[in-house]
Write a protein that binds this ligand. Sequence first.
Ligand code: SF4
Length: 234
Amino acid sequence: MNTISKDLKDVIDSVKAYIELDRASGINEFFVNKPNTQYAIHNTNDLDVLKKEISSCKRCPLYKTRRNIVFGAGNPKAELMFVGEAPGADEDLQGLPFVGRAGQLLTKIIGAMGLTRSDVYIANILKCRPPNNRPPLPAEIAECEGILKRQIDIIKPKVICTLGKFASQTLLRTETTISALRGNFREYNGIKLIPTFHPAYLLRNPNDKKLVWQDMKKIMKELKLKCPSSPKSQ
Ligand code: SF4
């Protein structure tokens, strides 16, 4: 099988897997809707400057094992910013955030909100992959978190949605469980922050997609985004 055929087969297998997951969970609310058109692409200069500035960062030992720095991607003037934990293997290879299986699910969730990945901004607490996807170490966070803070300062989102326990606990400086944190708006440096489950968790626990969808609806209400009228069944 040539490379293109294999890639196509992988994509088809992946789509089939998601449809089966949704059917198994009985959740029919993650659908691709007509994108909202209220967002425009703005000047990327400030983020580009920061990206260039950290392009050879060696502030923590993770630089030794990374293939690429995963800076972040999306609309530099996004009203909604998603923040995850750290790059995984796929992200490290491609230099882009949330491009593996969990990332595909995040893309699907964003689509269900009537948005595209170009409307929002997606980043992680850490910009380099921890070996074997181990949890980030406090020293690594201490070195890297400043980059995320500068990204947030430049983007100035109206809402930050933290994905999973790690990102939520790190930005909120708390040890409260993600189950207790999710679905409630908090504040991060004057910006509304809402924690929700990580898409990777949803791949293992598809029944909790409905909880994440509740959280997304809160975000849509906060941002005055039009709620998808009537979700179709798959
Ligand atoms: S994880 Fe962050 S601080 Fe560590 S090397 Fe990568 S960019 Fe630099």
